[in-house]
Write a protein of this length. Structure first.
Length: 78
């Protein structure tokens, strides 16, 4: 079964898809191809996500509790 859908694109997205489709292709074919390629990629490992690791950490670990000011540094070491 096929499903028809509609989406809104900004001008840059539309131009990119039109260029990618070329003269003989269609935007729909490009979108389907991109979706198929993304579905073949392995799912990201949640344990590798810094935010997930931070949330699952024992609250007693670490030098000091995080605050709004230190959260980015604590999670992403930035």
């Amino acid at each position: 079964m096929r499903h028809r859908t509609q989406l809104y694109l900004d001008d840059d997205q539309y131009r990119w898809l039109k260029q990618r489709a070329g003269r003989s292709g269609t935007i729909a074919a490009v979108v389907r191809s991109l979706i198929d390629a993304a579905r073949k990629e392995p799912a990201p490992d949640a344990a590798q996500d810094p935010l997930i690791r931070y949330l699952l950490e024992d609250p007693g670990e670490g030098p000091a509790p995080s605050t709004v000011e230190t959260l980015d540094k604590d999670i992403y070491a930035t």
